[in-house]
Ligand binder design. Structure first.
Ligand code: CUK
Ligand code: CUA
Length: 636
């Protein structure tokens, strides 16, 4: 137990941390027996009291109940699906700690409205919607490093990055040459140099309006490799079929993506016609060498190298698996890629240590499959513990199947072993699931989240639109135990659970933060010292209003502009006090924003209404928060 972890637990446990490997059930069992003996026979001895206290401590440790004032042991990062955001959860309490607007517009923080957020959104600043699916944290040597969380936007073919020191989106790109970025993961080893993601929908590779709806021979789906630090597409790999989900190995050599619709059908009937689809494995070293050697083409007027990874290429291998696989998950042992069957009741286990031989053409693609356990109906995604077990969501059965990977491999060889350990009902129709640190070497086998698409009868009815249900499952014992139902709004697809020791978010902004560096530069050019000045700068019909804020005052409580001016208000929050966030809202102009302590934020609007317009602070900051306001006079 590390220091951080012991801080999280309760007082009783500080004296007697339960030992790793000692199951909760056996612990509880011993305590319960001691208690029962005490009740029927002689008064409890000191030893019995101690045993009971121990049992209670063990109970508390695995309880999802986090007492008021206590902190969670894990951060959870949840995608917000077609709400376009990312949410931070506390695990195991399942308390929602924060929302990070990404592809959506956020009225509270001004994300999508402020100049800083528009700069980050770049060419897609005009887009106000998104569909976020897969949040994944950067890693070093196969372990979360607390630096970034990456997330895809299926709706608008984008990838964004969240900076974990401030928990704000700091980069966003639109990926060219493809449509609908879906599966996204990170390179795990040696570190996250690349973010990998799939362009799901196949489109004409030159999509200039000259392609037809009938001839689909030039339609392609692309695998995208993005430089994680500068957030530029390093290269793309063209494949056959369309790509779905993806994951990386623990050797820094291979990426694997599931591929459904290998028939390249354009409607449902055509898409599910063939009995087999495939997993595409990408050879990173060969891809990088091909880019270096200039063995690529460019399309659609951009300069992103596109490699040919279609069948027969030496950059890829196609491993046939039962039809329409969906989730792709690497076991934390680093030994296996698991492709989840979706339309097949099986998952396909690919031995990563056989891939060298596959790429050397010494074995056939199917020779890499070492197990294909039958788990139930609609397997979508698989998570792992640290004891060799896997947990697969069964969408149609509304269950999670716990199975043992090595036993499934033995069964595939013909041995009579039961690899299924347990099936647990979840409520209802689970998509993704995720275990604590389960996509890293730190998988700890404590918690499992099941992201259920339907809640049906689990909560008070709230009209035709119902919440989804994120269920928390204790997997620390031999049996999975459902411990919490958590309603969520549209639509967490995926999540990940990070031990709190991995993250050290800032309490205040630093004045030189790159997120508002351009605004600081603009002030400098205007001769404004943001730390002290409250000034109006006129530049033709553009007006820049610089003001400071310290609770409960704006540094400027009135200013004048002319009707039709383009007004940029820049607020610098000089408060040095944690948690004192101010806001700026210009009434009747549709603009508002958050200004965190020591941050600078700006927003631009047209002064299109003559007369007096009040502006006010919309983040509650002080007993005199209501009084924190001022007037803009728009002269006709
Ligand atoms: S996908 Cu949603 S359930 Cu976008 Cu990861 Cu599988
Ligand atoms: Cu400042 Cu409310």
């Amino acid at each position: 137990m590390d220091k951080h972890q012991s801080e999280v637990t309760n007082g009783a446990q500080h004296e007697e941390p339960s030992k790793e490997g000692m199951s909760r059930r056996s612990f509880l069992g011993a305590g319960a027996l001691a208690g029962a003996a005490g009740a029927v026979a002689a008064p409890m001895t000191a030893a019995m009291f101690a045993a009971t206290a121990k049992a209670q401590a063990a109970e508390i440790k695995n309880s999802p109940f986090v007492h008021p004032g206590d902190l969670d042991e894990y951060y959870g990062f949840w995608s917000g699906g077609h709400s376009g955001e990312v949410r931070i959860m506390g695990i195991p309490s399942m308390r929602e700690l924060m929302r990070i607007p990404v592809f959506n517009v956020d009225s509270a923080t001004g994300w999508g409205l402020t100049n800083e957020s528009k700069r980050i959104k770049g060419e897609s600043a005009h887009l106000l919607a998104g569909d976020s699916h897969h949040p994944h944290m950067s890693m070093t040597d196969g372990r979360y490093n607390g630096k970034y969380v990456f997330i895809n936007d299926k709706a608008n073919t984008r990838v964004a990055r969240i900076r974990c020191d401030v928990m704000k989106t700091d980069k966003m790109i639109t990926v060219p040459n493809c449509q609908a970025i879906h599966g996204l993961r990170v390179q795990k080893v040696p570190y996250t140099k690349y973010v990998i993601c799939n362009g799901e929908f196949e489109v004409p590779i030159v999509n200039d309006g000259k392609a037809s709806l009938e001839d689909v021979s030039q339609y392609r789906s692309l695998f995208n490799v993005i430089d994680a630090e500068n957030m530029e597409v390093a290269f793309q790999v063209m494949v056959d079929g369309n790509l779905d989900n993806t994951d990386a190995d623990y050797d820094g050599k291979y990426f694997a993506s599931t591929c459904y619709n290998s028939e390249m059908g354009m409607n449902l009937g055509e898409m599910i016609a063939s009995e087999r689809d495939h997993v595409v494995v990408f050879n990173l070293a060969r891809c990088e060498a091909a880019v270096k050697a200039g063995k690529f083409k460019t399309y659609n007027g951009n300069n992103v190298p596109v490699l040919d990874g279609t069948k027969g290429s030496d950059l890829t291998r196609y491993i046939p698996v039962p039809k329409s696989p969906h989730g792709m998950n690497t076991s934390p042992s680093g030994k296996y890629f698991v492709a989840n069957g979706k339309l097949s009741p099986t998952v396909s286990v690919i031995a990563i240590d056989k891939l060298d031989a596959l790429f050397a053409d010494k074995i056939k693609p199917r020779d890499t499959i070492v197990a294909e356990p039958e788990l139930g109906l609609g397997p979508l995604h698989t998570a792992f513990d640290n004891k060799g077990n896997a947990y697969t969501t069964l969408f149609l059965d509304s269950q999670i199947a716990k199975w043992n990977v090595e036993d499934a491999i033995r069964a595939y060889k013909g041995e009579k072993v039961n690899y299924i350990r347990q099936k647990l009902d979840v409520h209802y129709q689970p998509g993704h699931n995720h275990t604590s640190a389960g996509e890293t070497r730190d998988a700890d086998g404590k918690w499992l989240i099941s992201l259920c698409k339907f809640s049906k009868d689990r909560f008070l009815p709230v009209g035709p639109l119902r919440p989804e249900n994120d269920q928390l499952i204790d997997i620390s014992g031999d049996e999975m135990k459902l411990v919490h139902d958590g309603p969520t709004y549209a639509e967490p697809h995926d999540c990940m659970i990070v031990h709190r020791s991995k993250l050290k978010p800032k309490k205040l902004w630093t004045r030189d933060d790159p997120i508002f560096a351009e605004t600081v530069e603009m002030a400098k050019a205007d001769g404004v010292n943001l730390e002290v000045d409250n000034k109006v700068i006129r530049d033709g019909n553009k007006v820049r209003v610089y003001m400071t804020s310290i609770a409960p005052n704006y540094g400027m409580t009135e200013f004048k502009v002319k009707l039709g001016d383009e007004v940029t208000v820049v607020v610098t929050n000089l408060d040095q006090v944690e948690d004192v966030t101010h806001g700026f809202c210009m009434t009747n102009h549709g603009v508002q924003m958050e200004i965190g302590p020591q941050a600078t934020s700006s927003v631009t609007f047209i002064a299109d209404k003559p007369g007096v317009q009040w502006y006010y602070c919309n983040w509650f900051c002080h007993a005199l928060h209501m009084e924190m306001r001022g007037r803009m006079l728009v002269e006709a």
